[in-house]
Design a protein around this ligand. Structure first.
Ligand code: SAM
Length: 385
């Protein structure tokens, strides 16, 4: 069972009011931990996770009211999915999740080594187990704040745990400001909109699409305006399918040289300019043959914003290529939606129902974006003259 904790307003709040304020002495930072552990070779994330492990082991800890409210598991995070579910992740996420797993493993080794070197001076004598460190690492990942003030001793970013503040949930459209207030020495969250008594307060964890939220925090939000579809794999295979091997190399080098290699995407009703640039170049004929350089100059004019298009024919070919890519993505997403529905209906053991539901939702969103794009292309194609 997921225990979803959230923060609600006790009495009416005006826009501009501070809604959460965590005094410096309650922030768990690299500096505050150095006072306990001394100089150390760890990144702040590695050390915060180790500290959480040790805090949770200490039943007498002053922090028990805080640690007892931390999540009991992270089964909705892709890094914790069973293999059967991981096989349904979009390609763009598979590699990132593998990297995250590798990072946790590396951090565990570094933290365990440091702990062993300090074991005599620390009360906790039992060796650190991977499972408990992974849990603590994910707690830090899903709950830390990033302080803007520079701390030269903090490696890998000036992160901190801010107890209380980390019970605030995310909404992509939350309107807040957060910063450390040097006057009163508190980390504060100010709301930019009013709240009525009893309403849940949200903050924004950043302008993330649902796949990024799923990977870093293990949930998704409805109607996320930051959703998009990454299409690099599809674009590169189109280059290989439509060009001779030499032509593909020439065109990929042109994209590289112009700074337009990769990061191709579409979102609701919008094709990224980078993707259009790549497809416009792919639609140019005769790579490496006479006259090609002149056509590349025309392409360059469009890239630089000096003209809007190369030709009607080029635009039409771009639309047809986009149609083929979106068709492919739509087909894959529809298949994944069906397969995940089957998994949901079968109540597969070892799979958290919310994990399946969230992943299903991301594929449904991909399907919807691709489907809308296909309708738009259908309408646009006959109008290109
Ligand atoms: C900083 S904590 C927020 C407090 C959290 N709800 C708790 O129970 O401790 C971040 C975690 O809260 C959950 N969360 C935050 N915003 C959410 C939302 N809009 N919908 C569902 N879960 C959310 C996710 O599990 C995420 O990893």
């Amino acid at each position: 069972m997921i225990v979803y904790k959230s923060t609600h307003i006790l009495s009416k709040v005006q826009a501009g009011e501070v809604i959460v304020s965590v005094p410096r002495r309650f922030l768990i930072t690299n500096k505050s931990l150095m006072a306990i552990y001394g100089p150390h070779p760890l990144s702040t994330h590695q050390l915060l996770a180790l500290h959480l492990v040790l805090l949770c082991r200490d039943r007498e800890s002053w922090w028990e009211p805080y640690t007892s409210l931390l999540p009991s598991h992270f089964s909705t995070m892709p890094v914790k999915y069973p293999t059967e579910l991981q096989n349904h992740l979009p390609h763009s996420l598979t590699e990132q999740v593998a990297q995250q797993k590798h990072k946790i493993e590396e951090d565990f080794v570094a933290a365990a080594k440091f702990f062993n070197s300090k074991r005599d001076s620390l009360q906790s004598q039992e060796p650190i187990l991977y499972e408990e460190y992974e849990w603590a690492w994910l707690c830090v990942n899903t709950r830390c704040i990033h302080l803007k003030t520079a701390d030269a001793t903090a490696k890998g970013g000036n992160m901190a745990l801010a107890p209380m503040l980390d019970f605030l949930n995310h909404a992509w459209d939350a309107k807040i400001q957060s910063d450390f207030n040097i006057k009163n020495q508190c980390f504060e969250i100010k709301t930019l909109v009013p709240y009525a008594k009893g309403e849940q307060v949200f903050i924004s964890y950043g302008p993330h699409d649902n796949l990024a939220i799923l990977k870093e925090y293990g949930f998704v939000v409805p109607d996320n305006v930051f959703n998009y579809i990454q299409l690099d794999d599809e674009v590169w295979s189109l280059f290989d399918d439509m060009e001779t091997p030499e032509g593909a190399i020439i065109k990929k080098q042109i994209l590289e040289g112009a700074g337009y290699s990769g990061d191709y995407s579409i979102k609701k009703g919008d094709v990224s300019f980078r993707l259009l640039c790549a497809l416009r170049l792919l639609a140019l004929e005769g790579a490496g043959r006479p006259g090609f350089n002149r056509r590349v100059m025309q392409w360059n004019d469009v890239v630089m914003g000096q003209t809007e298009r190369i030709s009607a024919d080029n635009e039409r070919r771009v639309m047809i290529m986009l149609q083929s890519i979106c068709g492919q993505v739509h087909e894959e997403a529809a298949r994944e939606v069906e397969e995940l529905e089957e998994i949901m209906n079968n109540n597969s053991p070892g799979m958290h129902p919310f994990a399946v539901r969230f992943l299903h939702s991301t594929w449904n969103e991909t399907k919807a974006i691709a489907s809308e794009m296909l309708i738009e292309i259908e309408e646009k194609l006959p109008l290109i003259t």
